[in-house]
Ligand binder design. Structure first.
Ligand code: GDP
Length: 425
């Protein structure tokens, strides 16, 4: 059967740790969307690792890790990550790359940089990893699939067609150097040599695994708010971050997905631009960001400081709904132990009305948070594995959130390490 681990918010919810935990009991772990533009932090027996493209099952020898067709495959970043594991003493993982996965090309990275430069103050806060140009090209049918690397004549022809268009853009819009087709082709031949051992028909592999009764885990990047359709468009990413896209991004059937675990932090955090109604500023924000140290004051990929705020039940209830969450893993509750009182955003005030259904972006722009204040627990609960030993105020806080987000909270994570987690139900 298939389980999916997804984000209920803006990303950085702590999916890495939860995926790592579920991965242990899985046979196949799949990345089905996104690229190297975000990352998971995993603290395991080998140490602390930031994964960007590699599925989180790479620390277990019994797992096959699949890079699905929905991913933007950045070959140099992929190889660098494998090296990062080797340097950390991790045994060579078992990895398969779908022959239908498309390649993130060097010109996608350039285009992303040029476009952010051109937009200046109106930029979207892209990580400049080439993700938006990659997915635009994919859907404009200008992408290159991994399988095409093995068809040289066809590849050369396609590169010529693609570069003819790109060069108009590069020369006349961005005033940058033109692309050289031959150089690109040679680079792709180099990529081919590097990834050839991993290329496979992953669709058949995953279908066979399911037929044999194996456990397949889908691992999403970012969160519901970054989905291009249901998120805070245009401050979203360019691939779908929802569990449902797992079907497209690797080829499992909707009916195969039996469990959707949405991950959300006990407070809010976000990296990048876009509306964030319950955001904190000044000293309060600095303190929370600082306390959240392990919970990542910096983005795992960009090193940018995270924006932080109070838990947002409007956004999270919506996030759980669009994900189709069957349960929730609440992370980083340990971070809140210093607070006398904890605010929770339970509504948005828009044009004088209180709204509890997550609105569209233009309305979100004018939304002001409405808070409910709960008592803090004022003690260190880091590492607690017995949920019932958590202070009453902490349990009340979790009960309140659960009631608000209308999805059962089954796991409560009390620290970044593997074992620092408690099962609530
Ligand atoms: P992802 O984008 O959702 O995969 O986010 P990450 O996996 O990068 O998680 C964000 C940060 O939260 C990382 O630094 C994790 O080590 C940290 N983290 C995860 N769970 C907990 C927790 O329960 N408590 C604390 N303090 N940190 C956590």
């Amino acid at each position: 059967m298939v389980k999916a681990i997804v984000g209920a918010n803006w990303g950085d919810e702590g999916k890495g740790k939860i995926t790592d935990m579920f991965a242990e009991k899985s046979d196949v772990v799949v990345r089905f969307q996104g690229g190297a533009n975000a990352g998971h932090t995993i603290i395991c027996d080998y140490g602390k690792f930031a994964l960007h493209l590699l599925p989180s099952g790479v620390f277990y020898p019994h797992i096959t890790n699949v890079i699905g067709n929905g991913v933007a495959l950045d070959v140099p970043r992929f190889m660098a990550e494998l090296q990062h594991l080797r340097d950390g003493g991790v045994p060579a993982p078992h990895i398969l790359i779908s022959e239908r996965t498309q390649l993130l090309m060097p010109y996608h990275v350039l285009q992303d940089q040029y476009e952010e430069e051109r937009l200046g103050g109106h930029a979207f806060g892209s990580t400049k990893s080439g993700i938006a140009p990659f997915y635009s090209d994919k859907y404009a049918k200008n992408g290159i699939q991994v399988c095409e690397l093995f068809e040289e004549k066809r590849l050369m022809e396609r590169l010529e067609q693609i570069c003819a268009v790109k060069n108009v853009l590069f020369e006349h819009l961005y005033h940058k150097p033109k692309l050289n087709v031959k150089e690109l082709f040679d680079q792709l031949m180099d990529y081919r040599e590097q990834i050839a051992p991993f290329v496979s028909n992953t669709l058949v592999f995953v279908k066979d695994a399911l037929r044999e009764g194996k456990e397949v885990l889908l691992e999403a990047q970012l969160g519901a708010m970054k989905d291009p359709d249901f998120g805070i468009y245009p401050f979203t990413t360019s691939s779908h971050t929802l569990a449902g896209f797992g079907c497209m991004g690797v080829g499992v059937a909707p009916s195969d997905i039996k469990q959707v675990i949405a991950v959300t932090k006990a407070y809010s955090s976000a990296v990048g631009a876009g509306d964030f109604v319950s955001e904190l500023f000044g000293d309060e924000a600095e303190e929370l960001r600082h306390r959240g140290g392990d919970a990542g004051e910096y983005g795992a990929t960009t090193g940018r400081p995270r924006r932080v705020g109070w838990f947002d039940t409007v956004a999270t209830r919506y996030g759980c709904m669009v994900q189709g969450a069957t349960e929730v893993a609440l992370t980083a509750i340990d971070v809140l132990g210093y607070l006398d009182e904890i605010k929770v955003c339970t509504g948005y005030e828009i044009d004088g009305k209180i709204v509890t259904d997550f609105p569209v972006t233009p309305l979100l722009d004018r939304a002001k948070p409405v808070y409910t204040t709960l008592p803090g627990w004022k003690c260190d609960i880091r590492g607690e594995t017995d949920y019932h030993k958590l202070p009453k105020q902490a349990q009340d806080y979790v009960d309140f959130l659960e009631e608000q987000i209308k999805t059962p909270i089954s796991l409560v994570s009390t620290g970044p390490k593997r074992h620092e987690i408690s099962r609530r139900r």
